[in-house]
Design a protein around this ligand. Structure first.
Ligand code: OOG
Ligand code: NI
Length: 463
């Protein structure tokens, strides 16, 4: 039930993502340049491909096609993570998936807060990839303790933000004035602060332990570190970035270019070195710099089943065993060629993907199907006879290897470091104060419900 006294969570999320986008474009002008480029390439693609345009018109809000799909933050403590979960819940964003990045040399584990229902995703799909620093992976005990101390002393939410989160929880929502204020207050948490809360010496020690640790610990809050609009042609934008004065990362992460896109492809421009000041010995400000903020683009394809995903992971490993993409882009062509070659093993045809049980699809009745209501037929026959059609279910989540690639290229390419792989979803969920939704179970349920809806009309499945 929607309560008319309250602004819907979807509307609050939309207002929040719009406010964040405006703030970030203002803070990071290169991001504005990227947005303009993405919008232009999207327009060109739509004019050149009327079939794509028609399909998107039917399924998406075309006018919002170039808007942000996600952003990312890195938090320092369990308390920050738990409060962030509550703040996102007010915007209809729930934790989906657990990503262990330690295997890839980044001392964090993460989830994505996102809308889950179809209607909410269509209204505004904005999500935030949220990482929690793992101090337990820092070898130097003294540094670990100092970092924990700094983190314990900061408050990343304003008092008003906390008050409004509590109000939304106890009353079941926020009215218009409160919702507006909530957006403004929570936005403060994501703002950039160019004055560090540590001195230059401490910053250097944190930075030497891992650049990401310095990024999380040294500032007043978890500045949004990137936003990511959706592109309809990621290869084109990647190729055009240099012409617009922005330096792309070496390679596009994820699967290769395909007729039938799978999962998620993403690339970013490299993080910018920005002026910051550190606390000096005599309390004065000392000038320095920090590199953290960048812009990214994404293009999504079909969600894969566990079987499809296992194949994807195996093929990606195989590719990277052949050619490991160098940070300077020197072997980008060789990597792309190897990726395309190895991924031939994954069928590039919707029906083959479906029949092999590799991807998730949403089924619906055709007109012909509705006309034969009551007839008993099994799914494959119904498809073969044109009674039922299927569409790929879009992957709305993230990929750990890709995420690590995005992290690495923006932490400085020399920052690769080995950690002992130690996924700890139990610890993460305890810190979060909730369990994360299993993305496979979620897609599988969408698929199952779509099949049931068909059989409610054309009789029970025989199979
Ligand atoms: C997050 C990197 C991961 C993605 O799109 O995979 C990410 C970060 O750098 O904090 O955003
Ligand atoms: Ni991202």
């Amino acid at each position: 039930m929607t309560d008319t006294r309250f602004v819907s969570a979807d509307d609050i999320r939309s207002a929040f993502s719009a406010a964040m986008s405006a703030m970030y474009r203002d803070e990071v002008p290169a991001y504005g340049t990227l947005m303009t480029l993405v919008a232009r390439v999207n327009q060109q693609k739509l004019s050149a491909d009327p079939r794509l345009k028609a399909r998107l018109e039917a399924t998406d809000s075309l006018d919002r096609i170039s808007e942000e799909r996600h952003g990312a933050i890195r938090l320092g403590t369990p308390q920050e993570l738990a409060m962030m979960r509550r703040a996102f819940a007010v915007m209809g964003m729930y934790p989906v998936g657990y990503y262990d990045l330690s295997t890839a040399g980044v001392p964090v584990h993460s989830t994505a807060f996102r809308p889950v229902g179809d209607a909410s995703l269509k209204r505004n799909p904005f999500r935030v990839f949220t990482s929690l620093l793992r101090l337990d992976l820092i070898a130097d005990a003294a540094l670990r303790e100092q970092a924990a101390e700094v983190l314990a002393s900061r408050r990343i939410f304003t008092d008003e933000a906390v008050r409004l989160i509590e109000k939304a929880e106890s009353e079941g929502g926020l009215g218009e004035a409160d919702a507006k204020q909530f957006v403004a207050e929570v936005l403060e948490t994501f703002r950039w602060h160019d004055r560090a809360i540590v001195d230059a010496g401490m910053y250097k020690r944190l930075h030497d332990a891992h650049r990401l640790i310095a990024d999380v610990v040294s500032f007043k809050g978890p500045h949004i570190n990137h936003l990511t609009p959706r592109t309809l042609d990621i290869d084109k934008v990647q190729a055009l970035m240099p012409e617009h004065g922005i330096a792309p990362k070496a390679v596009v992460e994820g699967p290769p270019t395909r007729e039938c896109p799978i999962l998620l492809r993403q690339t970013s421009f490299k993080a910018l070195e920005e002026p910051v000041s550190f606390i000096g010995d005599g309390g004065e400000w000392r000038k320095g710099s920090h590199t953290a903020r960048f812009g990214e683009i994404e293009q999504r394809g079909v969600a894969l089943t566990p079987k499809g995903r296992a194949l994807y992971d195996a093929l990606l490993n195989q590719t990277r065993a052949k050619v490991r993409p160098a940070a300077d882009g020197s072997n980008a062509d060789a990597y792309e060629a190897a990726l395309a070659e190895v991924f031939r093993a994954l069928p590039d045809d919707w029906n083959e993907l479906r029949k092999a049980g590799l991807g998730y699809f949403s089924y619906s009745l055709t007109e012909k199907g509705r006309a034969v209501a009551g007839r008993r037929v099994d799914l494959e026959t119904a498809i073969a006879e044109g009674l039922v059609q299927f569409d790929p279910i879009v992957y709305e989540d993230f990929l750990p290897v890709s995420a690590a690639g995005i992290f690495q290229s923006n932490l400085g390419d020399e920052a690769t470091q080995e950690f002992v792989a130690s996924p700890n979803q139990i610890m993460f969920e305890r810190d979060l104060g909730a369990s994360v939704l299993d993305e496979f179970a979620h897609y599988s349920e969408i698929e199952r419900a779509s099949i049931e809806a068909c059989f409610a009309v054309i009789g029970q499945a025989l199979a």
